[in-house]
Design a protein around this ligand. Structure first.
Ligand code: 8X3
Length: 249
């Protein structure tokens, strides 16, 4: 019998690639997101028996709860929650940012992720399920302009560890995935549609691809039930750390 994964933010990037790979490997997928046309394309591509589109804005708690309450029986037994929805907005330094960008990142990456997770916990406990949270290398490694984004992703990592503690004895597994530079719509959102900045970010870099992340998520989800991958950080070979910067008078 197929297991069911609910993937937030499945309209593009990691989410869409993960929906594809999981369906190809026998999973059913509840694909969530705001853009119904993108979700419908996934359904058309992968089949209505395999993918159910749940259209809502992850920040809208009542819409999320209504959409999940309305899942058809064939898709309502969630075994795996993949908290992929999230975003970075801007790369300016803290004094120069638009405060609303910080609010949007916190509302999406922190609050909405915590709310949907708490909402699904009874089901995940009942089914001895699994939670995979998409954090980032930015959760560990600060960089200029990463400010609030890195802070939200540090929350995701630490929240994952805390969940593990609280779910001790339930059989529910929790993983934090921490990717580095990956070529996806994520960066076009971060640069607010600036195609040149997007192209510059990836030029010659051989960045990770959404399919690489999907492979990792499938591997994590395919471990035997006594194995918990606590966290997993990955970067493209082309990305490493900078030396410390020393400011001199
Ligand atoms: C974003 C990864 O390397 O662009 O989550 O900060 S990186």
């Amino acid at each position: 019998m197929s297991k069911t994964a609910l993937i937030t933010g499945a309209t593009a990037g990691f989410g869409a690639a993960t929906a594809r790979l999981f369906v190809q490997n026998g999973w059913k997928v509840v694909a969530t997101g705001r853009r119904s046309d993108r979700l419908q394309k996934l359904v058309d591509e992968l089949g209505a028996d395999n993918v159910f589109p749940a259209v809502f804005d992850i920040r809208d708690e009542s819409a999320m709860k209504a959409a999940l309450a309305a899942l058809p029986p064939a898709f309502s037994e969630i075994d795996l929650l993949i908290n992929n929805a999230g975003l970075a907005l801007g790369t300016k330094a803290a004094p120069d940012i638009q405060l609303d960008d910080w609010r949007t990142m916190i509302d999406t990456n922190v609050t909405a992720l915590a709310v949907i997770t708490q909402h699904l916990l009874p089901k995940l406990i009942e089914r001895r399920g699994m939670i995979i949270n998409l954090s980032s290398v930015a959760s560990h490694w600060p960089y200029p302009g990463g400010n609030c984004y890195g802070g939200t992703k540090a929350f995701v990592r630490q929240f994952s560890y805390g969940l593990r503690c609280d779910l001790h004895g339930t059989g529910v597994r929790v993983t934090s995935i921490e990717p580095g530079l990956c070529e996806s719509e994520f960066t076009l959102v971060r640069t607010k549609g600036d195609q040149k900045a997007y192209d510059d970010a990836y030029k010659g870099a051989k960045a990770l691809q959404p399919e690489d992340i999907a492979d990792t998520l499938l591997w994590v989800a395919s471990q035997p039930t006594h194995v918990n991958i606590n966290s997993l950080e990955l970067m493209p070979v082309s990305q490493t750390w900078n030396p410390f910067r020393i400011y001199r008078d």
